[in-house]
Structure formats: C-alpha cells, structure tokens
Design a protein around this ligand. Structure first.
Ligand code: 6GU
Length: 270
C-alpha cells in the first residue's frame, strides 16, 4: 500500500510514521508513505497556496493550481476530470486511485471504509488548511471526501495520519498475529470483549473464573456474550447493523428483560 499525502505541513508526519507498528511496516516494505509539500508546486514569488474568497467574506481559500499540479505530477497521469461521467471514468477513475479530500464535509470515516480503502494499492490524501478549498478541486479532482467525525480541526493532517494508521494495520502481515485485526472492536460489528493478563488477583480483584478453566468453547461463549453486553450498554446503535446469530439475539433479549425487571423493581420501591 502506497499513501501519497499532500499537505502544507509535511513536518507533522515523520515522528508518527517512524514509530512502532507503522515504522516496522514501512521498514518491511509493506507500506510506503510519501509526503508532498503542496507549496513546492507554486510558481509565484511568494509561493501562495491560498487566496481571499470571491464574493467577499472572511477566511482564506486554498487555490486550485498548486493542488492540481502536485497531484498530476505525482500520479503521472491527467488526474483531473471534466463534468462528463465518461471523462471521469477515463481519467482518475480509470487508474482506480482514490483521491481523497480530508474535510469535515466528507462521509464519516469508520472501520468499513478503512477495509474498503485497504483493498487499493495506492491512495491519495489531500490535507487542507484555512477555511476551505476552491470548489473546482472537489468538482474535478477528488473522487471521495472523508471526515473523521463531527467536530472541526485546524487541518487534515491528523485525519490523514488516522487513516494511514487504521488502513495500514489491515494490510497483510502488518500485525504480528495473523488473526490480529479479526476480533478488533468494530471489525466484527461489536465492541471487543474484556481482556485480562497476569496476575490472576490484583489488590483483591480476581479475573473471571471462566478464563482459567481452559475450556475453550466456554471461553468463546463468554467472550461473545461480553462483547454483546458491552455493545448493548455502550453503543446500542451498533447492534442494528451487527451480524447476530440466533443465540446472540436470545442473549440480548434476556439482557433487555432483566433490565426491564430492574426498572420495575426500583419504581416499586419508591
Ligand atoms: Cl478531515 N478536517 C478538518 N479540518 N476537520 C475535521 C475533519 C477533517 N474531520 C473531522 N473534523
């Protein structure tokens, strides 16, 4: 997987990508992160990458020329497209390289988008600063817009690092354990079950007995139920999309009934 990052702040990237799992993945050639400074693609004396908005109003807007030139120069193809769908398909779409604009207006990033993007060999990430981008960048260059959540950041650099991190760990062999990403929270549509390690008793707090039993079927069942319980309590919205078995549904039904009974009992006491 090759990430092509376009930014005005290239200095943000090295320390994170030179650390831990991402560093090892890069050293092993499993991923490549190339960071390009948009400012290198300006030709005026002041290396301007932004300008005031037509129509007035506050804030600065990122100019189209340096971004188009940077991406076309790095991809080595005419990455831009005209309004017609045919031309869209014959240019960037044809080489199948997602050109992603990082913006609070994009679709909200999640594990399933990470999985979808991890199938590509190469991805372009464009990080913005200032109030926004000249709209022609959206209309004629990018193929996708992504946000990392409903809040506003000062730029797309942290979102780009978040995407690089989550997509990299899905690449084959990046995680040491080949089943590493399978049980992740979100990967299976549920939050992950609780983990424990030594000691078996800490300050009087014991680990759940079942984990010491060595009975793998029992442990699997306990973990599944804990994952369901957690998701039910912390992220009930996720249960609507989760892939649930008959037993899962029965367990959740039992949880709901218990909860309702508790509510009734407390209101009876009053
Ligand atoms: Cl991708 N960019 C900015 N500037 N703010 C954000 C974001 C992106 N995602 C959430 N907030």
């Amino acid at each position: 997987m090759q990430f092509e990052v376009f930014t005005l702040l290239p200095e943000v990237f090295p320390s994170y990508i030179d650390t831990s799992i991402i560093k090892r993945a890069r050293e092993r050639g499993l991923i490549t992160v190339r960071v390009h400074n948009i400012r290198d693609y300006t030709h005026d004396k002041h290396h301007m990458t932004d300008d005031t908005p037509y129509g007035g109003g506050g804030g600065m807007v990122m100019k189209p020329e340096p971004i188009f030139e940077a991406i076309e120069s790095v991809l080595g193809v005419d990455a831009s497209f005209d309004d017609s769908l045919e031309e869209r398909e014959a240019s960037a779409q044809d080489v199948k390289i997602p050109i992603i604009l990082l913006t609070p207006q994009g679709r909200v990033f999640n594990q399933s988008i990470a999985q979808e993007l991890s199938q590509h060999d190469r991805i372009v990430l464009i990080c913005g600063r200032y109030e926004g981008f000249d709209e022609r960048i959206r209309e004629h260059l990018v193929t996708d817009e992504i946000s990392i959540g409903d809040y506003v950041l000062t730029g797309g650099e942290l979102p780009a690092l978040i995407m690089i991190d989550s997509i990299s760990r899905l690449q084959p062999d990046v995680l040491g354990d080949p089943t590493g990403a399978q049980d992740d929270s979100h990967a299976m549509g549920l939050l992950e079950y609780p983990h424990y390690t030594r000691p078996p008793e800490f300050r009087g707090w014991k680990i759940p007995e079942v984990l010491l039993s060595g009975a793998h079927a029992k442990i699997d069942k306990w973990r599944r139920e804990q994952a369901l319980l957690r998701t039910y309590k912390k992220r009930p919205d996720m249960l609507e999309k989760a892939d649930l078995s008959k037993e899962d549904k029965k367990f959740l039904e039992k949880l709901k009934n218990e909860e309702e009974r508790e509510v009734r009992e407390t209101s009876d006491e009053e």
